[in-house]
Design a protein around this ligand. Structure first.
Ligand code: ATP
Ligand code: MG
Length: 268
């Protein structure tokens, strides 16, 4: 696909601008919804507070997520427009490495968007894509939005669902159905983070490669060991650590220590 705007490699916020550009490009192809752009902005704000890195509690949550995926009977990755735009190749790799089904599930469902996402996933190497068109023939109870429609071969029969960039209502509905829910969400205060079984507070573009590596590292571990590890995990406590870390970071931040642009140094 053609780049809309060439970002100079030397730009101090190159990576952030690159992600924005990926989203805008995929917005124009119909993969990303308008509200998806707003959700990304909300995520960026939290990423600043986290220092745009994978914080230690996120690393612990990733280890738990990997163990849970390895011991699950039928783990499924739920894909929306933002995930397809930012990490389609990683979705393909994780589904291969961890033997996970991949299902398209959208808040703003339209046939065009489903097909656009299916195409992006297919090009990234996902072989079997569930949840498109009439395949999403069943419903998650007590859920109002279009997200209630699910594929009986995927999310409906899953025991574990990985839900990156998810909405709170749906996370709660999946939990009520008895499923283990792993969220990836930069906001540790969102309803999604609070109601998921395991919440990974970090940017999806950093989380996915690390999660893939972690699955590879532990897939041969004895199941009893993984089970014991997962049973000990306390998600609320982990989220509190994330929030404490943000608070400490803000209190410790000395703007004096930050490098000023040259023209401001001169003005001082
Ligand atoms: P909730 O419904 O859980 O209370 P919300 O309504 O604020 O949260 P949604 O739009 O439903 O938010 O979900 C999108 C979530 O995805 C937001 O919490 C946002 O911080 C997060 N998010 C956006 N971009 C990323 C990203 N690149 N990586 C991880 N999380 C992200
Ligand atoms: Mg929401």
């Amino acid at each position: 696909m053609k780049r809309r705007l060439a970002i100079p490699l030397t730009h101090p916020r190159y990576e952030s601008l690159r992600l924005r550009e990926m989203l805008v490009e995929q917005y124009e192809t119909g993969v990303v919804a308008t509200a998806g752009l707003i959700a990304h902005g909300r995520g960026e704000a939290f990423d600043y507070l986290l220092g745009e890195t994978l914080i230690p509690p996120a690393m612990s949550a990733i280890k738990m997520a990997a163990a849970s995926i390895v011991i699950a009977e039928h783990p499924v990755i739920s894909v929306n427009g933002n995930l397809a735009a930012l990490a389609a190749r990683e979705v393909a790799e994780l589904s291969r490495v961890a033997d996970m089904d991949v299902e398209v599930n959208l808040f703003y469902r339209s046939q065009d968007r489903e097909l656009a996402i299916k195409q992006v996933l297919g090009e990234a190497g996902v072989k079997r894509i569930l949840g498109v068109g009439n395949d999403a023939s069943k419903q998650i109870p007590e859920l109002g939005s279009e997200r209630r429609r699910v594929d009986p071969r995927g999310i409906l029969s899953a025991d574990l669902v990985l839900v990156p960039l998810e909405d709170g209502d749906r996370t709660e509905a999946l939990r009520r159905m008895g499923k283990k829910v792993i969220a990836v969400d930069l906001n540790p205060l969102s309803r999604t983070s609070v109601s998921a079984s395991i919440s990974i507070v970090g940017n999806i573009v950093l989380v996915m490669p690390t999660l893939i590596d972690e699955v590879k590292a532990i897939e041969q571990s004895p199941r009893e060991k993984l089970n014991a590890m997962v049973d000990r995990f306390d998600n609320r406590k982990n989220l509190e650590e994330c929030i404490r870390l943000i608070a400490h970071r803000l209190l410790d931040l000395r703007l004096q220590d930050q490098k000023l642009p040259k023209y401001l140094e001169a003005a001082d």
